[in-house]
Write a protein that binds this ligand. Structure first.
Ligand code: SF4
Ligand code: SF4
Length: 303
């Protein structure tokens, strides 16, 4: 599903943030979004993610959401969960269309605004966590899903570097082995309670071992290794493959067809498609057969 980066403003301070070095004050305007709607409607999924920063801080957030819903797009709002009470009350009044919240619960104690969101609209909420430490505790996800009767799945992503500087906090592939054991135990605990993970991009196929992948298969959990372009539409009228590869963007103005845009972005990634993040990737059957993307492109050297 494509992402609309509504604003770079944020009321959280996640250490791994992909948007962290963007000091830009640019925000999407309602008119800009209206202009993009025909392109968004060409995407098969029929949906769009509203992301940031904290997307609800966009000064036109409510009209933008209403426009997208009126156009028949399914909207998923990626939020840190600290939604102001007034806006939450307005969101409750929306009758038309289908929208959900993906609440980032990677870090920190839960905020009062987030609990309010759960109480008022928990039936629309699923949780997400970005893993940026190999011993990161995630059990609060299961506790909150159960306590507040939220959707019984959660998104799991790896903290990935922003290319080329890789200055944000991110995991090094040498940490994956330890992390996989830790994550698998957590996932298994959730499955015992009927709570399942959805995996974001960036996981190499060999992140989990064969036995762990079989557990996923046996329990109907979709685990695959994929790498964008997603893409993300930015307020400066560019489209980028994803935040970690934001230096490889293209201008949207001249492109009116979805397949043209995807092809333009894919073209920027050709250099990284044939190799992986480990030395052992060269000649790996999974890479050759397209089962593995070879890990996140932002971890590779693009020369
Ligand atoms: S480079 Fe690929 S794997 Fe990494 S964040 Fe972008 S889409 Fe995801
Ligand atoms: S291509 Fe590399 S990352 Fe992917 S499965 Fe093979 S060795 Fe692992």
């Amino acid at each position: 599903m494509p992402n609309l980066v509504l604003t770079y403003l944020c009321n959280n301070q996640c250490p791994y943030c992909f948007a962290e070095s963007r000091q830009e004050r640019h925000q999407f305007s309602l008119e800009q979004v209206r202009h993009l709607v025909p392109l968004l409607k060409q995407v098969n999924s029929g949906g769009v993610n509203l992301v940031g920063g904290e997307p609800t801080l966009n000064r036109s957030f409510l009209p933008i959401l209403e426009l997208l819903l009126t156009e028949g797009l399914q909207v998923n709002i990626f939020t840190g969960g600290r939604i102001p009470p007034g806006l939450l009350d307005s969101l409750q009044l929306i009758q038309e269309g289908s929208f959900t919240f993906c609440v980032n619960r990677s870090t920190g104690p839960i905020a009062a605004e987030t609990i309010r969101l759960y109480h008022k609209m928990g039936y629309r909420v699923h949780l997400a966590a970005t893993v940026f430490q190999s011993d990161q505790s995630l059990h609060h996800l299961l506790d909150e899903i159960t306590a507040y009767n939220l959707e019984r799945h959660y998104r799991l992503g790896l903290a990935l570097p922003v290319w080329p500087d890789r200055r944000n906090t991110h995991l090094d592939p040498t940490e994956y082995r330890v992390l996989a054991a830790h994550l698998f135990e957590f996932i298994r605990t959730g499955v015992d309670s009927g709570i399942r993970p959805l995996f974001d991009c960036g996981f190499p196929y060999c992140f989990f071992d064969a036995e762990q992948r079989k557990f996923f298969q046996d329990n109907g959990i979709d685990f695959s290794s994929h790498c964008g372009p997603i893409p993300d539409f930015c307020p400066d009228s560019s489209a980028i493959p994803c935040f970690p590869l934001r230096d490889l963007g293209v201008a949207v103005a001249q492109l009116t067809r979805w397949d043209e845009l995807k092809a333009a972005l894919e073209g920027r990634l050709t250099r990284v498609r044939e190799r992986g993040i480990f030395a052992r990737c060269t000649g790996c059957r999974e890479l050759l057969e397209g089962k593995c993307s070879g890990g996140c492109a932002a971890l590779k050297t693009m020369s």
